[in-house]
Ligand binder design. Structure first.
Ligand code: AMP
Length: 248
């Protein structure tokens, strides 16, 4: 059984984003970039499914040349093969989903595991769009995954608790934070990953037009929060809330 995991190179989650002086976007020059944290969870889950009948894990990234590093990280964690679709320009979720659809048509994976969202743009769209384009079942925000030969049962995090769904393969899962704790790649595995196969493609190879359909007008820093007030005890807190009309 083959699993495909799309992974995105994003600003590291520990880095405080800074907006470019001209307001056209976030400044990514000379800042640490890493694999999107939800995608690490997706790769980890695919590796854990190797005990449950998964024989090959293909990781895919659409992005600048440097996304090679992200794919190498996934290979060092335990993925088998990588495909990089090089685009130095930002590709929107619909473009990414169309490219993934074309790769799926070639690779024919039984299961595709994505992150629930990329932490740079917080779109939370790609998995859903890919499921729509492919016409297959999707289970988003997975917190538990159980695989059989022809189906996958997924527990999903929803507002009121959790929901369990069974999907016929091929299917799409997007993963949430509580699904697992991703492993760190060991040094020997990092060395081994250097010789694992990585194919390089372009959007043109798949005949996909990735011209953006959304124009970003302006990017601004969030408004600074004013300093809070410390209260001595609960009585003072309640008195202040009453004075503000928030409590009775
Ligand atoms: P998004 O819809 O942008 O929030 O991304 C959701 C998920 O889609 C991510 O966690 C990745 O698994 C996948 N994805 C999004 N953009 C890319 C990309 N450029 N390359 C590979 N995978 C991506």
């Amino acid at each position: 059984m083959k699993v495909m995991v799309p992974v995105k190179r994003v600003l590291d989650y520990n880095v405080k984003p800074r907006v470019k002086a001209d307001g056209t976007g976030v400044d990514l020059a000379n800042v640490k970039m890493s694999m999107n944290p939800f995608d690490e969870i997706a790769v980890e889950e695919a590796i854990r499914l190797k005990d449950k009948g998964v024989t090959e894990i293909v990781v895919v990234s659409i992005g600048e040349q440097k996304s090679q590093e992200t794919l190498r990280t996934a290979l060092a964690m335990g993925a088998d093969r990588a495909i990089l679709v090089v685009s130095e320009d930002r590709v929107e979720p619909l473009g990414v989903a169309k490219l993934l659809q074309a790769i799926v048509a070639e690779e024919k994976p039984d299961l595709i595991i994505l992150g629930k969202q990329a932490i740079d743009d917080d779109n939370n769209q790609t998995g859903q769009m890919l499921a729509g384009l492919m016409g297959v079942g999707q289970a988003t925000f997975a917190s538990k995954v159980e695989l059989t030969a022809d189906s996958v049962t997924v527990t999903r995090e929803v507002d009121g608790g959790s929901e369990t769904e069974t999907l016929t393969l091929p299917a799409i899962i997007t993963v949430d934070l509580r699904l697992n704790e991703p492993r760190y790649a060991s040094l020997p595995n990092i060395m081994k990953a250097k010789s694992k196969p990585m194919a390089q493609k372009t959007p043109g190879d798949y005949g996909v037009d990735v011209t953006p359909r959304v124009t970003t007008l302006k990017v601004v820093e969030p408004a600074k929060r004013s300093a809070g007030v410390k209260v001595a005890d609960v009585d003072e807190l309640v008195a202040k809330l009453k004075a503000m009309g928030v409590a009775k």
